[in-house]
Design a protein around this ligand. Structure first.
Ligand code: AMP
Length: 179
């Protein structure tokens, strides 16, 4: 028999980081735990094991750590979605709104083929702004987004609801009330 580990208890909360009023959900404590990382990755990919997933797209930077391991589990490729100006080859960009101003994420223009089934991965979904921009990038490459998976959901901020409106199933492992 295996004992269930409490993933939520392994997430460290840092109040007022990076600025006053933000409760930062720090996954380094979860990733550093002897079995926390492995169990998180197993649970993250579980609903997608029976589906065809040819690539996992991970969002910089914590989405790289989870996405790489998820791709290994699913026997798929890994595709990075990066902040503007970091990818070495020709890329397409998508902007999204932040609390103050806009940001841009990019993907290599030849990272995926039309119809390729892809799973989006990041550590946390809050407003969903980043994930929605990532879905738009993947769809601009005509990939088929089979779902999106996050360790942490902040449901009060509505990110998974925004993905659902786009027809993207949202899978999360633990949730925290508030923002
Ligand atoms: P959003 O675009 O609002 O869904 O924000 C998601 C992105 O911002 C993810 O890449 C998260 O790592 C990061 N993020 C947003 N809010 C938090 C938070 N409270 N704690 C840790 N990371 C956060």
């Amino acid at each position: 028999m295996t004992t269930e580990i409490d993933l939520k208890a392994l997430v460290r909360t840092i109040p007022d980081y990076p600025k006053p009023g933000i409760m930062f959900r720090d996954v380094t404590t979860l990733f550093g735990h002897p079995s926390g990382f492995r169990v998180s990755v197993e649970k993250l990919v579980a609903p997608f094991r029976e589906q065809r997933v040819e690539a996992v797209a991970g969002i910089e930077a914590r989405g790289f750590i989870l996405g790489g391991a998820a791709a290994d589990r699913l026997h798929s490729g890994f595709v990075p979605i990066r902040k503007k100006g970091k990818l070495p080859h020709k890329a397409i960009g998508q902007d999204y709104e932040l609390e103050y101003g806009v940001d841009v994420i990019e993907i290599h223009e030849d990272a995926l083929s039309p119809g390729e089934p892809v799973l989006l991965v990041d550590d946390l979904i809050a407003t969903g702004g980043t994930a929605v921009a990532a879905v738009k990038l993947l769809r601009r490459l005509k990939a088929e987004v089979v779902g999106a998976a996050f360790v942490i959901d902040l449901p009060d901020l509505g990110g998974c609801a925004r993905l659902a409106e786009l027809g993207v199933p949202c899978h999360t492992l633990v949730s925290f009330e508030g923002d």
